[in-house]
Write a protein that binds this ligand. Sequence first.
Ligand code: ADP
Length: 402
Amino acid sequence: MSTAAAGAVLVLNAGSSSLKYQLLHPDTQEVLADGIAERIGDEGSSITHEQDGEEITESLPLPDHHAAIERAMRFFADHGTDLRTAGLRAVGHRVVHGGRTFYRPTLISVEVIAEISRISTLAPLHNPANLIGIEAARSLLPDVPSVAVFDTAFFHSLPDAAATYAIDRGVASLHAIRRYGFHGTSHEYVSEQVAAFLDRPVGDLNQIVLHLGNGASASAIAGGRPIDTSMGMTPLEGLVMGTRSGDLDPGIVMHLNRVAKLGVDQIDTLLNKQSGLRGLCGEYDFRAITEKIAAGDDGARKAYDVYIHRLRRYIGAYMIELGRVDAITFTAGVGENAAGVRADALADLQNYGIIIDDERNALRGKHARRISADESTIEVLVVPTNEELAIARQSAEVVAEL
Ligand code: ADP
């Protein structure tokens, strides 16, 4: 039996065809292993496992998430870690939609599974996959408590004015239509890291957090509580994303149906998978887009311009909503790495107290850092997100209360 994993948390993030996992200690932040299984249930599936400084990628049939977790468990066993007997504190699951029911990390039971399943209609692309991961982990690690951490939870307290769509109240209430917000674990974690970096209580700070990854969202946070966020009832609203459109005139959906004769599932796929940067220029990976722009590709440049335009619109709106802004923070793959996006998102805002220092912005690093100039009245920061750590900590807290 391995002792290194005693007290660790296994964090699982199950997507429709992928499964990301990480084994880590919530207190020391030590990561013991991580991995990803891809193309689950499809041709060409594979799994990559990293542990003890060794990374192995194996191509093998993975018919379902159960098979992926089983294979991961054998990788762990090869490294002397039997997950069933290692003394894990918890399995922490990322669950995308908590609906109106879940706004705290929740110990998983049969009743909780039934409720996550019931609210799956709100997130048909995400919650069913999360549930498959939960069921697989429960059957393979029956003695380890499972905890669900919801992507919507942090935004539960959004003020009504920000959470309400201007549609018929009865229809909205009957169908649970409101703005829930997503990436909450990241927005909460990053806003707390900002406070730690600035050595100020989170309750004293007004912040804008820009989570720019494949999915992207912005939030306005006053004194540690979110007052607005760009994603809505689903993760489709808001910023331009890798493959999602973000904000649209809802009339477009009717037009696509009536005139283009697309069915609802086709429109769903178009807006979620074939839009955003991919729809505009064929690429959704920001590194590839940056290379294309450098090579003079006009489509990539136009896609980039739409992306930046939308981002600036949200930053402007949140500055007004907050009234006073202490910090604007970039996080996630694009936010942490793409200096050009950061510079363009906040260019020419010196009249609003925002001045980026080009040298600081160009520096790379894995730690929280300031990229604003000393004379900038608003602090501009880059803070790496760590959703796995946040999920592990929240899961450990739930288990500690048992
Ligand atoms: P996810 O939403 O899937 O968790 P990530 O936060 O990992 O996404 O972000 C993925 C995005 O980050 C991709 O578009 C990728 O191109 C971009 N990215 C990663 N590294 C860099 C880099 N060095 N420069 C520009 N973009 C980057």
